[in-house]
Design a protein around this ligand. Structure first.
Ligand SMILES: Cc1cc2nc3c(=O)[nH]c(=O)nc-3n(C[C@H](O)[C@H](O)[C@H](O)COP(=O)(O)O)c2cc1C
Length: 317
C-alpha cells in the first residue's frame, strides 16, 4: 500500500509570507495544502493597516488555497475582523491563540487567551451563536507561561465545531527558546476531539523523520521557518528526492521571481534590498557557509552589487 501523503501547511509568518511570497511559492514549488495568511488585526483602537487588508484581498490570493487568520482581544474586534473576511469570501478562518509577542499579549491578544479559558469560552459561545457562514480553526501554543495551560483550553475547544487545531508545543514565554516538545503534542492529541496539526521546528527531512517515529499516526504538519530556509522542504517531506544541486537551482529560480515581483511592488531600491535581505536571513541557511553568504548580501548596498553577490553565493557557496 502506498504511504499516506503528508499534509503540509505553510505557516503564517508576518513580514515574510505575504501575498507576493505565497503566489511565487505556488508557481515555483509544490506540496502545500493550505497557505495561512499572517494575522489580520487592529492597531491602536480601530485601525487596520492597509498592508494587512491587502493581504486578504481575494484577487491577491486567487490561485491559492489560502486561510486567513485573526488576532483579537475581545468579541468586538473578533466579530468585525471575521465579518471583513466573510465579506471577502473566505470559508475558513483561523483564530490566533498563540502570538507570543508582548505587544499582542499585553492587550489580551494571541497567547494571552490561553491564560483565561473562561473568557475564551464566553467569546467562542458568542462567536458561534452568530452563525457566520464560515468554518473556524485555531492556532495555539501550549501555554502562555506554563506548558500545561493547553489542557483546560482544549477542553473548552472540544465544545465547539472546529475544522482543526494547529498546535505549537512551546509556551509563549519561551518565544523560540528550547525545542518544540512532541510529548506535549501527544498529550494534546489524547485530550482533543479535533484534528490536530503539528507545528514547530521542522527544519529538515531528518527532523521530520524523528517526529514520525514519536508520532507515527500524525500526518498533518505546518512549517514556517524551515520552509523559509529551503522552500523545497514541503516536497521533500512527501518523499520527493531532490539533490543539493537541484534544490539550489530551484531556490535560484524562486529568488529571481521574488526579486522581480518585489521590484514591481516596492518603491525604491532601498525597500527592495531590505526585503530581500530579510529573506536572506533564512535563505543563507541553505548554503554551506550561511554567515559568509549573509555578510555578502548585507554589505552589497545597491542593486548592482546585490545581484553580483547573489550570483557569487549560488555559484561558490
Ligand atoms: C517572523 C515570524 C512571524 C510570524 N507571524 C505569525 C502570524 O502572523 N501568525 C501566527 O499564527 N504565527 C506567526 N508566527 C509563528 C509561526 O507561524 C509558527 O507557528 C512558528 O514559527 C513555529 O513554526 P516553525 O518552527 O515551523 O517556524 C510567526 C513566526 C515568525 C518567526
Amino acid at each position: 500500500m502506498a504511504p499516506k501523503p503528508e499534509i503540509i501547511y505553510q505557516a503564517p509568518l508576518q513580514g515574510f509570507t505575504d501575498f507576493t511570497y505565497r503566489n511565487v511559492y505556488q508557481e515555483v514549488y509544490d506540496g502545500i495544502s493550505k497557505y495561512f495568511i499572517p494575522y489580520l488585526s487592529y492597531i491602536r483602537g480601530k485601525e487596520i493597516k492597509k498592508s494587512l487588508l491587502k493581504e486578504i484581498l481575494p484577487e491577491n490570493n486567487k490561485a491559492l488555497p489560502a486561510v486567513p487568520q485573526v488576532l483579537f482581544s475581545d468579541t468586538t474586534e473578533l466579530f468585525e475582523l471575521v465579518s471583513i473576511l466573510v465579506d471577502n469570501g473566505y470559508n475558513e478562518i483561523n483564530l490566533n491563540l498563540g502570538c507570543p509577542y508582548p505587544m499582542a499579549t499585553n492587550r489580551g491578544r494571541g497567547a494571552a487567551w490561553l491564560e483565561k479559558p473562561e473568557d475564551l469560552n464566553e467569546t467562542l459561545q458568542q462567536l458561534f451563536a452568530k452563525e457566520f457562514p464560515t468554518k473556524f480553526s485555531v492556532k495555539m501554543r501550549a501555554g502562555m507561561k506554563n506548558n500545561q495551560e493547553f489542557k483546560p483550553v482544549l477542553e473548552i475547544l472540544n465544545q465547539f465545531s472546529l475544522e482543526e487545531i494547529i498546535f505549537h508545543p512551546r509556551t509563549a514565554n519561551q518565544m523560540y527558546d528550547g525545542k518544540a516538545d512532541p510529548s506535549l503534542f501527544a498529550e494534546a492529541l489524547s485530550l482533543t476531539k479535533h484534528p490536530l496539526v503539528y507545528n514547530g521546528d521542522i527544519f529538515s527531512v531528518t527532523d521530520f523523520q524523528v517526529l514520525k517515529t514519536i508520532l507515527p499516526q500524525q500526518n498533518s504538519w505546518m512549517t514556517g521557518r524551515g520552509l523559509l530556509m529551503d522552500p523545497s522542504l514541503a516536497m521533500r517531506l512527501n518523499g520527493e528526492e531532490m539533490e543539493a544541486k537541484q534544490r539550489k537551482l530551484k531556490l535560484k529560480e524562486f529568488h529571481d521571481r521574488l526579486f522581480l515581483e518585489y521590484s514591481d511592488r516596492l518603491q525604491g531600491s532601498g525597500h527592495l534590498l531590505t526585503k530581500m535581505t530579510q529573506f536572506w536571513s533564512y535563505f543563507c541557511e541553505s548554503f554551506e557557509n550561511p554567515h559568509k553568504a549573509m555578510k555578502l548580501v548585507k554589505k552589497s548596498g545597491n542593486v548592482l552589487k546585490y545581484n553580483a553577490a547573489v550570483v557569487e553565493i549560488f555559484r561558490n557557496f
